[in-house]
Structures are given as C-alpha cells and as structure tokens.
Design a protein around this ligand. Sequence first.
Ligand SMILES: Cc1cc2nc3c(=O)[nH]c(=O)nc-3n(C[C@H](O)[C@H](O)[C@H](O)COP(=O)(O)OP(=O)(O)OC[C@H]3O[C@@H](n4cnc5c(N)ncnc54)[C@H](O)[C@@H]3O)c2cc1C
Length: 166
Amino acid sequence: MGTRSAPSKIIGTVNYPLHSRKPTAPGVAFVGDAALTGDPLWGVGCGWALQSAQWLAEAIASAATGRGDLDRSLGVYARRHRRRLRGHQYLAADFAKARPFNPLERLMYSAAARDESVARHMYLFASRLIGPLRFLNPVVLARATAVNIKHRGAAVPLAHLSRTGS
Ligand SMILES: Cc1cc2nc3c(=O)[nH]c(=O)nc-3n(C[C@H](O)[C@H](O)[C@H](O)COP(=O)(O)OP(=O)(O)OC[C@H]3O[C@@H](n4cnc5c(N)ncnc54)[C@H](O)[C@@H]3O)c2cc1C
C-alpha cells in the first residue's frame, strides 16, 4: 500500500482563455494545448494532446527522415487537426460563455435525460467520439423531438438518470 499524499490547495481562476492557433507554420508544428486549449469542463485536453502528437508523427514521419516534402506533410497534419477538432472547439468555446442553453442544447439535453439512446448519443459527443455533424444529424434531432413531445410536462425519471450514468 502506498502512502497517501496530502490534498493540494484548491486554485480558482476566472479567466481561462480557450486558444485556437493555426497548428503549423513553415518548419514548425504545434500539438496539444499549444495548438488548441480546450475547456477543461469536457476533460478532453490530454486525449487531444496525445492524439494530435500522433497525427503529427504520422504526417511527417517520412519527410522527417528525408523521404518527402516537410511543408506539404505539415499541411496534411494541419488539415487533419482542423477537420477533427475545429468543430468541437467551436462548440465548446461557445458553450463556455456562461449563456443560457440554446434551443438545440435544450432539445438534446432534455431528451438525453429521458431516453437511453439519446443519452448514449450525447455521451458519444461529449467524449468527442463523434463530431458535431453526427451529433446533430437530422435523425437524432427528430428522435429527440419525439421523446420530448412524448414526455411533455412530465418530470425527468430519476431511475433513468442513474441507469445511464453507470
Ligand atoms: C483545471 C484543469 C483541468 C483539466 N482537466 C482535464 C481532464 O480532466 N482531462 C483532460 O484530458 N484534460 C484536462 N485538462 C487539460 C489538460 O491538462 C491539457 O489539455 C493537457 O495537459 C495539454 O497537454 P500538453 O502536453 O499540450 O501541454 P502541457 O501539459 O501544458 O505541457 C506543456 C509543458 O511544457 C512546459 N513548458 C512550457 N514552456 C516551456 C519552455 N519554454 N521550455 C521548456 N518547457 C516548457 C510546461 O511546464 C509543461 O510541462 C485540464 C486542464 C485544466 C487547467
């Protein structure tokens, strides 16, 4: 059994900017928070740091060993980084503004609290396993609408919430 370490101090912050930088410049590449600082709320920054490092390694491995054009390889990395993360970051930065839920969020969050398949879909998006376009695809929006109409006026079933949280 290891020794228990003392709890660290709680540190608060009221200003934690979410930076999005272009992940490459001629001869230079950024991974992790250097390219994109996500909102800690979603708990994905470590995953994105490792993932972007892998994308960079895959894109430039050949060029870095003298078999290819480095700037073109950096372009491949930059496009992949943008395609996979920009939509998530856009929504997360918008969500971080402490504004009220917008109509789409109200629709999806209330349906996810009432229906197991919408809850699973919500989980896939929140863990960034699917992107914004799949999250808000018309079939799911229609299902969420149907769920909310069916449950109009009813309280959210607590048993459902504890089941989907396990
Ligand atoms: C409060 C909070 C909670 C979070 N919770 C989660 C979570 O639950 N799950 C999750 O996945 N992510 C979470 N994150 C985000 C996560 O910590 C970061 O996204 C991740 O650590 C980024 O990794 P990185 O390697 O890009 O950068 P960093 O981890 O910041 O590493 C950069 C390193 O470079 C060093 N450095 C800086 N400048 C120099 C220099 N000039 N020379 C040498 N070294 C230098 C720094 O000291 C640092 O060690 C959280 C972040 C915060 C602030």
